[in-house]
Write a protein that binds this ligand. Structure first.
Ligand SMILES: Cc1cc2nc3c(=O)[nH]c(=O)nc-3n(C[C@H](O)[C@H](O)[C@H](O)COP(=O)(O)O)c2cc1C
Length: 138
């Protein structure tokens, strides 16, 4: 069973939306485990209980930062809404790849596009998170 990380969605640099892949930046809670760096297929449970398939990035964003803080970010598939200040739970499933440093934003965006396609194709199911709203999406 994959690791579960919970936390409130905080404001990031706002770059994700510019890239076309907005992410919910989850502030991990003290004492909670932080998963290994990487890009994962996973699931996000929102406060309304709905569970959404997501591409989850854990790491220091080496494309932009020499030695940044470890960040947990989730791009929810087929979701367009404001998640700020919500407490969300993330379940990490299959590891898609490791975090990498890209030469340009364009290359990173191209890779994220492939990641999202991989995550979609995996079409796995959450094991730890149940859908309290009875509507699993993604
Ligand atoms: C599926 C996915 C994969 C990512 N992989 C990487 C990566 O390999 N290297 C990296 O520097 N950033 C990676 N990121 C993080 C992006 O750099 C980050 O989402 C973007 O800069 C927006 O940051 P912001 O939310 O603080 O604005 C990834 C993000 C997503 C959604």
């Amino acid at each position: 069973m994959g690791a579960v990380v919970a936390g409130v969605v905080v404001h990031g640099d706002g770059r994700g939306r510019q890239l076309g892949y907005p992410t919910a930046n989850v502030a991990t809670e003290p004492g909670g485990e932080v998963p290994e760096d990487g890009v994962y297929s996973g699931w996000a449970r929102l406060e309304d209980g709905s569970v959404h398939h997501a591409a989850i990035s854990v790491g220091k964003r080496p494309t932009y930062y020499e030695d940044g803080a470890v960040l947990v970010e989730a791009h929810l598939l087929d979701f367009d809404g404001d998640l700020y200040d919500q407490r969300v739970e993330l379940e990490l499933g299959a590891l898609v790849r490791l975090q990498l440093r890209f030469d340009s934003t364009e290359r990173l965006v191209e890779q994220i596009r492939l990641d999202v396609a991989d995550v979609r194709r995996l079409d796995d199911a959450p094991e730890a998170l149940t859908d309290l709203a009875g509507q699993t999406e993604g």
